[in-house]
Design a protein around this ligand. Sequence first.
Ligand SMILES: [Cu+2]
Length: 503
Amino acid sequence: MACSFAWPKLTALTGHHPPTGSPLRHPPPAAAHLPLVPPLFVLPSLRDWVHLVIRFSSMHGVKQPRNPWSDGPEHIAQCPIKSNKNYTQEIVLTDEVGTLWWHAHSDWSRATVHGAIIIKPKGVNYPYRPLPDPDEKTIIIASWYNGNVEDEFEKARNLLGPAPSDAYTINGHAGNCFRDCEANVSVISVESSKTYLLHIVNAVLNEEMFFAIDDHNLTVVAMDGAYVAPITFPYIMLGPGNTMDVLLTTKNESTTNYYMAAGYYHSGGPDPLTLSATALLQYKSDAVMPTCSADFLPTHEDFDKAENFTNSIKSKDPQVVPPMTPGRQYVIEIAAYGPNTFNPPSRSSLSNISYVGKCNDSLEYNATFPHNQSEYGPTLHGNNVILLEYGDVVDIVFQGTSRGAETHPMHVHGYSFFLLGRNYSTFNNNSLINTVNPPVLNTVSVPTNGWAAIRFKADNPGVWFIHCHLERHATWGMATALIVKEGNNVTMQTEPNGHASLC
Ligand SMILES: [Cu+2]
């Protein structure tokens, strides 16, 4: 088979990133005034610290207790770090276990600046069986652009697109099914009759993804850094930002190798039409090569398979879910497109507020946010955030709308949350929620035009970003943040040297 497409090797996995020029990438906020009285909340006035030198990255899913300074998102926890400058971040792990990941959190640089974080339980004492082989495998699914991803960011920012990615990759390669090219395929080597633990990360920019291995089942045992009740499917589906720990039991005997593949799930919005990535599950290097195919994946529109999988995820053990603090429910409507009167038009919003971070002499926030639709104002730009007392138990109901109807993988920094429920309807207080065995996640797929309800205890003081993990939506303002006040004996760590000078 002729190789008609020369596939470049991804050097960016080593952490290189092109200089981004001006550190302030966003336009100044529009001269708009929100209908709410805006008390300013300036981060350094709260009180206050931060090792591991990575440039402007976010530890996705790491709670970073009392340490928002190391959380990473530009215009939220810090101003963006200028080209050729360093900033030291400290990762503090608490109850996270399994797979998480880190990624750049400036513009769209996370497309290539990312990697897995694998957290093993003490004594590598896994609570599931069979125990996996010590040779654990990491699989990172990502987006590939032939051009500079920053150009796509600029297009998105200027509402011109953006173009879908030119390919997906598995561990840096699109695979040898891609455009009949025989070169550049990632290989996962296995032996017969063993169980392997796969650490899987969806680092794709703008799509939820199916992943499968031909003629093999996958048993999910953890998601987003917390154990789940094991479920076995011939495929998995994970949103951008989600991570999964998956057991793979190999065949007793195999005279052939098998393909694995990652392809998008299309729930609505623009169809990316991007070809699926493939990689090789290799039993023997001299084994029979199967015909290259990704046909064993669910089809891109397979709603039932996506939903059956997603709704099967429950926590491993029964949970103790605290009751919500009265008055602490926020019903947040998601809109991927604003009305045409919005200037500039077609920006995304949460509860009619299109987030534009402020990063001038310091980070500034408007500490008011509507609780529900009765408090919404007209759609405007703002830096509005949710202000919480330490210890509040908070419900956030993400309500999808017809304005840009597709699933939205909503991600919360600084916290994991109980996923109380999700459904294809309009939420009301009689909607069915699960307080028995809700999974503990950091990114939830909000159903197309439906709702997802999450609960968490606000016990991590600091400022924490909330955003859609479809990068084009976050760019357009589908974002806000939490500011959690300090408790009596629970203060933030000291602001680190150099943090304030980033602004
Ligand atoms: Cu979205």
